[in-house]
Ligand binder design. Structure first.
Ligand SMILES: *[C@@H]1O[C@H](CO)[C@@H](O)[C@H](O)[C@H]1NC(C)=O
Ligand SMILES: *[C@@H]1O[C@H](CO)[C@@H](O)[C@H](O)[C@H]1NC(C)=O
Ligand SMILES: *[C@@H]1O[C@H](CO)[C@@H](O)[C@H](O)[C@H]1NC(C)=O
Length: 336
């Protein structure tokens, strides 16, 4: 063994290397919890679109950047309102029994109007606007994402003036621990199907809308970031700015719908197309069916060794020196 390789292996032995990423286990809307399905496992009735694996989406042109890896339509739609408080429970491991494993990178939330019920909406061409972005805590050395690694949920508030209608909520964590090299960023999107009530009139301007893929590039600051471990971190969020919703702005308002009066999911079989005030009744059903590719047994979703990711040493490991150590280790790992 050459000296450099033995150094490499001794460095690698210093940190836990965990073949474990994660997913959204549940979304809580104004206190009511909606459970998701285990990635690649049994498909349960849910408002959260199921993904096929806990492994990250890699590459800004990956079609799974839209709603997560091979995401499929969910059967239910959750009710929310302007100003609703949403908590998104990101967890780690293939069963969701561990904390989210990453602590470096932003937390962002987008919404997109569905054409008809989100339970039947193929989001490939959805036009997303950003409603929230969180990067570094004050001081610029520790990321909000580290709070999730410590067990917190991601929080977001539905814009208080958003027009009623059917919307997808796209929560996204980007893990940047390998983003010192191009293509290293790990994307974790998750979509929840909502029906927003109320009688507001806010819509985004068309300049704030992006598609996924399309909204990011592999080379932009915030995705490829050679200085990600140089503290204090100077971070530029990828994608569009957080949208300001205004009445009568450029983008078309989603189809109006009756106001949800309480919480609780409605199943698509009883809700789709039956809304009395919907003006757009033609829904594309070209998206994946909920049953076509998600019937693997729950026990089959073990994580893959080929997609191992590196864990930070500990939740408190946010000092400059530990950041730099991880930086060197990530270089070391990539040479394996
Ligand atoms: C996603 O779907 C594609 C196309 O069906 C398939 O080739 C690929 O293996 C799937 N990926 C995962 C991680 O399940
Ligand atoms: C979400 O809100 C809770 C309650 O205020 C807080 O403890 C938690 O840290 C927040 N999560 C993040 C990621 O900021
Ligand atoms: C933290 O980063 C922000 C955005 O890059 C910057 O405006 C601010 O000055 C930084 N603060 C510190 C303490 O470095």
């Amino acid at each position: 063994m050459t000296p450099s390789r033995s150094l490499l292996f001794s460095l690698l032995s210093l940190v836990p290397l965990v073949a474990s990423h994660g997913f959204v286990k549940q979304v809580i809307i104004d206190g009511q919890a909606y459970q998701g399905s285990i990635p690649g496992g049994t498909t349960n009735p849910s408002a959260i679109r199921q993904i096929s694996t806990i492994d990250p989406v890699k590459g800004a042109s990956n079609p799974s950047l839209n709603c997560g890896m091979n995401a499929t339509l969910a059967s239910d739609v959750a009710n929310a309102n302007p100003g609703s408080q949403i908590q998104i429970d990101w967890v780690g491991s293939s069963t969701g029994d561990s904390n989210w494993p990453h602590n470096t990178g932003p937390i962002m939330t987008y919404m997109a109007a569905c054409d008809g019920s989100c339970a039947t909406y193929d989001s490939a061409n959805a036009e997303w606007f950003k409603i929230s972005e969180l990067g570094l805590l004050p001081g610029n050395t520790t990321w909000y994402q580290s709070l999730i690694m410590n067990g917190a949920m991601a929080n977001v508030t539905i814009p208080g003036n958003i027009a009623p209608g059917n919307y997808l909520l796209r929560s996204e964590l980007i893990s940047l621990q390998l983003a010192v090299s191009e293509g290293g960023a790990e994307f974790y999107p998750s979509c929840t199907q909502l029906k927003i009530g109320g009688s507001q009139d806010g819509t985004p301007s068309s300049s704030d809308l992006v598609t996924f893929p399309g909204g990011y590039t592999d080379t932009e600051a915030g995705i490829y970031d050679p200085n990600i471990y140089n503290t204090p971190v100077d971070y530029d969020f990828p994608g569009p700015p957080v949208a300001t919703l205004t009445a009568g702005s450029g983008a078309p308002a989603p189809s109006a719908s009756s106001s949800p009066t309480g919480s609780g999911a409605s199943s698509s079989s009883s809700a789709s197309g039956s809304s009395s005030t919907s003006s757009t009744t033609t829904t594309s059903n070209s998206g994946a069916s909920t049953s076509s590719s998600t019937t693997t047994s729950a026990g089959s979703s073990t994580s893959k060794g080929s997609a191992m990711c590196m864990l930070a040493p500990s939740s408190s490991g946010t000092s400059s020196s530990s950041m730099k150590r991880r930086h060197r280790l990530s270089h070391a790992k990539r040479r394996l």
